[in-house]
Design a protein around this ligand. Structure first.
Ligand code: C2E
Ligand code: MG
Ligand code: MG
Length: 731
């Protein structure tokens, strides 16, 4: 039991009692006092009335008062701010007690510090309370640390990032199998494992089928050598679904430098991964059928070609497949069913092939198949037959039974091509040959076709240069008003003066220009030249109404968005009145671009330009569009006119077409009038305008001028008018 310590300690033991026992006591008192003075804790002793009897120097220092200032004062003065202090005092009577509290103590200068206060009742030998011992420990630093840790913890607990801490033991073979000792809320939210369920388990519970083992092993290797590691992996939730995380795993070392824990901080990146995957899929796959697209197909074809280069015995084949009559199905059943059909076809094509082969959708109704590692050329034809067989069974599309077939072109690795584009082009050409053979069949690309393609490629090359070298010239064919034989205007028809081959017909080169895009600069040149010429003629040969010029627009030209601006610019440049310009567009150009054809036509119309339907009767023969689109002139194709004098049925058709055009407020031009008899019939039908060899072939500018000068060069033709009774006999 502690004895009361002299409240006024001195540095030397008192030496008044000379007896050995008393010397011993004195000695130990002195020792005790020295110990107490040097304690790191503050010490206060009070009597049972709470009067301070003694304070050690540590305490005096803590509270900033001298011992003399404190002794004789109630301890309550110093400790009352400690929460629950009164409990000690109340408990002090009547029973002895001890206990501790934490709280803040105020220094003399008003500043506070955190303290842990221990209170013990001292008793004498009989067990009666004699005094109270209060020790005071400065815990400010610990408190601060606790606060700091609490803050840190709340950051971790509430973080959006997933935090998982696992504990390392001895060197383990698999650091991912270490026991988890902590997970935060985000971990539980994301994985579905509560912290209770996760703690004690290992990170291995999060791995699954789709987790890349290569990536997992990379993490393991890094952790085994205590390196931090960052990775993107697929993890699995408790409910079996998976998610992507970007994980950062860091080894944590203790003061001795030993790794004791691994902290994993993960951010869920599933959404980003899905988008990335979609982007990748989009770039290489067709969104409708999910098949590889042209890009992926060509990449694969390039690899295959390279492989065949290295290994001469390696054979492959390329199939180009185009559905027969797909447009009809699409137009009659609608795009939804058309799409369904394409998807169903994609699945059947996949069903015909081996794992190593590739089927792709190039676009529209065109598919390509790459047959890898075939044994002989005939294998490709066998597979083409198998594909045709597979497509011959009817498709059931939302209750509609639909039949289809495909034309297939084949190029074999044995052909002379070695560029992937040429192989594809070869198969495309062979496919067209198959279509011409009567569809639903296949053709193998051969040397004949090869020669043809080479010639075509040559022409394409020449065409490219022709635009720069200005080898084009415009010819003009007059359009005649039948009532008076007057020239109302001209159709501008382009001619190519090939340096070696002479004049080449537009029927031959316009389709190539179309395919290569060269038709855009060419068409622009034609339009500018025709307008320039017209303006010159109008200035030179005034007439009422003024002469007009008709310019042909191809499908590709018509679908380019800049067309309107170009036309506007050329009209402004040449000073031609828009009402004197007629643009000729075929039915198919309109139908291929129905989506924005209307918009384009309305804009042209709004400028005052007149719009003609060229070659009417050769395209879709769907009359619906005539009602919908704002066309001014209908040009009946020469295939009707050429037989109008010998074929009664054709004559009736032409009559119907003319009536239809009138009902729609359109003018009619008969194209390709070659004989008097044809002209007679047309006049009887009251067809207003005509053009054709009977009047004049398309002629160069100078010859056209000669015709204009004559004012009514075709009066003699228009005057040989039949009476309506003669017409009836003819009909
Ligand atoms: P198209 O617009 O229908 O032009 C009429 C075609 O019929 C011209 O052929 C013309 O020479 C020919 N033709 C005129 N009268 C008769 C006749 O009485 N009998 C016969 N058998 N044929 C006649 P061309 O000049 O060879 O042009 C063929 C096609 O090429 C044109 O058909 C047009 O679609 C296209 N084309 C011509 N020039 C251009 C152009 O500058 N741009 C575009 N995009 N296409 C053009
Ligand atoms: Mg034309
Ligand atoms: Mg025509």
């Amino acid at each position: 039991m502690a004895k009361l310590i002299d409240p006024e300690p001195s540095n030397q033991p008192a030496a008044t009692d000379p007896s050995p026992a008393s010397a011993l006591i004195q000695e130990s008192e002195w020792l005790l006092q020295t110990v107490v003075e040097n304690l790191s804790d503050g010490v206060v002793i009070t009597d049972l009335q709470d009067q301070v009897l003694y304070v050690n120097s540590r305490l005096a220092k803590l509270v900033g008062c001298s011992a003399a200032e404190m002794v004789g004062k109630p301890a309550h003065d110093f400790f009352h701010e400690i929460e629950g202090w009164r409990d000690f005092q109340d408990a002090a009577e009547p029973q002895p007690f001890y206990g501790w509290k934490e709280g803040q103590l105020r220094r003399k200068d008003g500043r506070k510090f955190w303290a842990e206060v221990n209170v013990t009742q001292l008793e004498d030998a009989a067990g009666s309370a004699t005094a109270t011992l209060i020790t005071v420990k400065d815990i400010t630093e610990r408190k601060w640390l606790e606060e700091y840790l609490r803050l840190l913890e709340s950051v971790v607990v509430n973080a959006n990032e997933i935090v998982m801490i696992s504990q390392t033991e001895e060197a383990v073979a698999d650091p991912l199998s270490l026991r988890i000792i902590y997970v935060n809320d985000a971990f539980s939210r994301t994985t579905g494992y509560s912290s209770g369920e996760a703690i004690g388990k290992s990170a291995l519970v999060l791995l699954g089928e789709k987790t890349s083992m290569a990536e997992v092993n990379r993490i393991r290797t890094a952790l085994r050598s205590y390196q931090p590691v960052r990775a993107e992996v697929v993890l699995y939730r408790k409910n079996g679904t998976h998610f992507w995380v970007d994980v950062n795993m860091v080894p944590i070392r203790n003061e001795q430098g030993q790794v004791t824990h691994f902290v994993s901080v993960m951010r869920e990146v599933t959404e980003r991964k899905i988008v990335e995957e979609q982007l990748r899929r989009n770039a290489f796959h067709d969104s409708l059928t999910g098949l590889p697209n042209r890009l992926l197909f060509m990449e694969r074809l390039t690899q295959t070609v390279e492989r065949a280069h290295e290994d001469e015995s390696y054979q492959f084949a390329l199939l180009f497949l185009d559905l027969d009559r797909f447009k009809v199905i699409n137009d009659s059943l609608g795009h939804m069913l058309g799409d369904q059909l394409l998807v169903a076809i994609a699945r059947r094509l996949e069903g015909c092939l081996k794992q190593e082969d590739m089927v792709a959708r190039l676009g529209g109704d065109e598919f390509t198949i790459l047959l890898e590692n075939i044994q002989q050329d005939s294998d490709a034809e066998k597979i083409a037959e198998r594909v045709q067989q597979a497509l011959s069974a009817p498709f059931n599309l939302s209750g509609h039974e639909v039949f289809t077939s495909a034309s297939i072109g084949i190029t074999l690795s044995s052909t002379e091509f070695d560029r992937p584009e040429d192989l594809l082009r070869g198969a495309d050409i062979a496919m067209y040959r198959a279509k011409a053979q009567g569809k639903a069949c296949h053709e193998v690309f051969d040397t004949d076709m090869h020669t043809h393609v080479v010639a075509l490629m040559q022409l394409e090359n020449d065409l490219r240069k022709a635009v720069e070298r200005q080898e084009f010239e415009l010819y003009y064919q007059p359009i005649i008003e039948l009532a008076n034989g007057r020239i109302t205007g001209f159709e501008a028809l382009v001619r190519w003066q090939h340096p070696e081959q002479g004049t080449i017909s537009p029927a031959k080169f316009v389709p190539i220009a179309e395919e290569t895009g060269l038709v855009i600069p060419l068409g622009q040149w034609v339009l500018r030249e025709a307008c320039r010429q017209l303006k010159q003629w109008q200035d030179q040969f005034a007439s009422e109404p003024p002469l007009s010029v008709s310019v042909n627009l191809s499908s590709r030209q018509f679908s380019q968005p800049y067309l309107i601006d170009q036309v506007r610019k050329i009209l402004a440049e040449t000073g031609v009145d828009a009402r004197c310009l007629k643009l000729e567009i075929t039915e198919s150009a309109i139908m291929e671009n129905t989506k924005f054809a209307m918009d384009m036509l309305l804009q042209l119309k709004a400028m005052g330009i007149q719009l003609s339907v060229d070659d009417f009767g050769t395209g879709y023969s769907s009359l619906g569009y005539l009602y919908r689109f704002p066309m001014d002139v209908l040009k009946i194709d020469q295939s009707f006119i050429s037989r109008v004098d010998v074929d009664g049925e054709k004559l009736e058709l032409v009559r119907t077409i003319i009536t239809l055009a009138w009902n729609l407020g359109m003018d009619v031009v008969a194209e390709g009038v070659e004989t008097m008899k044809q002209l007679t019939q047309l006049k009887a039908l009251k067809c207003e305008y005509a053009q054709g060899f009977l009047f004049s072939e398309p002629v160069p500018q100078r010859d056209a001028e000669k015709l204009i000068v004559q004012s009514q060069p075709f009066l003699h033709l228009s005057q040989t008018l039949p009476t309506s009774s003669r017409l009836a006999e003819d009909a």
